[in-house]
Design a binder for this molecule. Structure first.
Ligand code: NAD
Length: 333
């Protein structure tokens, strides 16, 4: 039986990758540009499953509405699952699947891109040279070799970032409640969080957003950091208290900030606001700093990663339909 799937927050690139693969899995997709939210959740009675992304609203009221529509499976086409009320899904017997791994190097490489761009001021150099300005003043960076890089969270992406930084000749130190034996064997050590915060020239966040990690970076943890630290977040916006980081930038404590995620990103990211007035004053303040680079949640956005996301999502839809969900990819059901 063909599985009918409503794909929310669908972009043309999603359609171009998912659509050609669907017939091999007996899945019929309807690509919907709008987000799943209170307005759209009750329109799902034509679907057996919904396929959602990082900023779709999958809170309890939305899951209640999906249940009333007869939806039996919520397929996340991402790794993080901080935006879903898993208990609500369990209460209604709705299965929840995700894509735990789809090329962690894609996100790790983006974290490195933010580090290198911030450090060597490639964005400024690009504009200067375009305008015929070859002046170097203001473009001085620092040599990564021998600098200390702290990785918070050494799952798939954090470990990939640690390996790349190790290749640059950085002294890499990690913090994770569950250390990775392979990293230890590769000579990459673990330290308490306090030591990492106090010692690192660069701190890169790779742990999931949870009640424990919400605002992990706050006034107190920023105070522990080295003066002029570089802070990189490609994980989830809620790991950082944005107001505290703005204070840290103003006091010069934070010397560089690279973000691919932002705690209020659902209002902004993945949409073109270039002809609108942006109401988010916190975001606008962040964007004014010369030593801040923000990208709009594009760490995952490589051809290889997107293909893997589509393959795993289709496998999840097929496996659930056949009654054989892979426990490593199903959070409920
Ligand atoms: P993962 O599950 O493989 O690894 C997460 C690691 O964080 C685990 O080793 C875990 O033990 C550790 N951790 C948990 N709590 C911690 C804490 N309090 N302090 C330190 N470490 C802690 O996940 P992953 O695939 O490496 O992804 C990491 C995060 O990256 C995801 O949760 C997701 O939010 C984010 N992500 C972002 C993008 C993007 O496009 N920017 C893409 C994919 C994933």
């Amino acid at each position: 039986m063909t599985i009918r799937v409503g794909v929310f927050s669908a972009k043309s690139y999603d359609e171009s990758i998912f659509a050609p693969m669907s017939e091999h899995y007996d899945v019929s997709f309807r690509f919907l540009p709008m987000a799943l939210d209170a307005q759209t959740a009750h329109l799902c009675s034509d679907y057996d499953a919904v396929c959602v992304f990082v900023n779709d609203d999958i809170s309890r009221p939305i899951i209640d509405a999906l249940h009333q529509c007869g939806v039996r499976h919520i397929a996340l086409r991402c790794a993080g699952f901080n935006n879903i009320d898993l208990q609500a899904a369990k209460d209604h017997g709705i299965a929840v699947s995700r894509v735990p791994a789809y090329g962690p190097e894609a996100v790790a490489e983006h974290a490195i891109a933010l580090m290198l761009t911030l450090n060597r001021k490639i964005h400024k150099a690009y504009n200067r040279v375009k305008e015929g300005n070859f002046e170097l003043s203001g473009l001085m960076g620092f040599t990564l070799h021998n600098k200390t890089a702290g990785i918070i969270g050494t799952g798939r992406i954090g470990a990939a970032t640690a390996r790349i930084l190790s290749g640059f000749g950085c002294k890499v130190m990690c913090y994770d409640p569950y250390p990775d034996d392979e990293l230890i064997q590769a000579g990459i050590g673990y330290v308490p969080l306090d030591t990492l915060l106090e010692t690192s020239h660069i701190i890169s966040l790779h742990c999931p957003l949870s009640e424990d990690t919400y605002h992990l970076i706050n006034h107190d943890t920023i105070a522990q950091m080295r003066d002029g630290v570089m802070l990189i977040n490609t994980s989830r916006g809620g790991l950082i208290d944005t107001s505290a980081v703005i204070q840290g930038l103003k006091s010069r404590k934070i010397g560089y900030l690279g973000l691919d995620v932002y705690e209020m990103e659902s209002e902004l990211f993945f949409k073109d606001h270039s002809e609108q007035i942006i109401d988010d004053d916190v975001f606008e303040r962040l964007a004014t700093f010369h030593n801040v680079i923000i990208t709009g949640h594009q760490g995952f956005f490589t051809q290889e990663a997107l293909s893997q996301i589509a393959t795993t999502t289709l496998e999840n839809l097929r496996d659930f339909n056949k009654g054989k969900p892979d426990p490593s990819r199903f959070l409920s059901g």
